[in-house]
Design a binder for this molecule. Sequence first.
Ligand SMILES: [Zn+2]
Length: 365
Amino acid sequence: MQRPVSTRNAHSALNGSWKSENDVSTSSTVFKKQCVAVDHVPEQYRERYLTRGYRQPYSSFLDCLVSIFRLNNETFNVWTHLLPLVCLLLYFKQTFPCELWPVTKINSWYYPLLSDEMSIIAYHLGSVAAHAFNCMSPRVRHICFFVDYAAISMFGIGGACANIYYLRPLNTSFFFLNSPNLFVGAAAIFNVMAVYLCCSSRHRWEKSKYLVRTLAFALPFFVGNLPSYYRILSCVFMGDECTTALLCLVLGSLGYLVAAVLNSTRFPESRYKSTFDICGHSHQWVHTLTTLGTFGHILGIQLEIRDRSEQLNVLLDSITFYSSLGWALATLVIGVALALWFGSKLTVEGYLRTERDKVVGNKIE
Ligand SMILES: [Zn+2]
């Protein structure tokens, strides 16, 4: 077990190029413009294979805001989700089939769509905030990503709700696909487990943490998408109708699949060191591909709602606020509570504290 150096020791070990969190309150408000190399930031800030373009550790809230308009290794991480967030908000506002306010007046038929779209907004927003403000301190950095994982888990449930209510096959005896509450409940449990695993991975499993995080969300994602996989397979192998909606879903899933491969392999920066530090590293591709995948998913859902509303009318009674949006919000609340619980166990330097107030000494991202 490796014991981490204290903030002060780390400070001197790194040639005095960054301040401890305690110094932040006395920090000047002058914007910190300069990017630094990997050996000038504490271990908690380091991204595997990225050698340059780090923002100054212990930046202020304002510094972080300004930094998204300057080139550093988080700039495109922010913009690859911020621009799509704006586009998605406009698109959702334009295409939602009824008035969104008051929520209680929305036809319950559209609750799963609303929960899907809200969860898509949540995961983009969580990601933008995490990437923008993660250099405020090691502890804030971890908490930012803990909350980001919680928002992703909400996306898992929002998608699962839309999939089971709008995409489910009507000609199957598969019990799991005929029980929306059981289906969404199981997806919620898997998503909460994924948040726990991902939060844990920031202080464990140093060598395989990216793989752990990818697999942690791959399982709930797979479960939540079972209705669409069933429909796609039955169109290919059982002669059921192959619709444009299914094609959108296939393309969307391909986007997610490639994103998962890049996230776990960290390609291209793992192969071409220092070349993609600022622009083109794997996380930016992961953002772009997941957003494109999400767009394929939501397009497929919207087409299914349009084309199958009469067929699916039999399901209307089973859709309530609690069986759709309620699950998504509950998962988000549990995820955020988990994130705060993990955050409460961190020292100022961002290390896990044990019951004896000792530091657990694994290397941390
Ligand atoms: Zn991200």
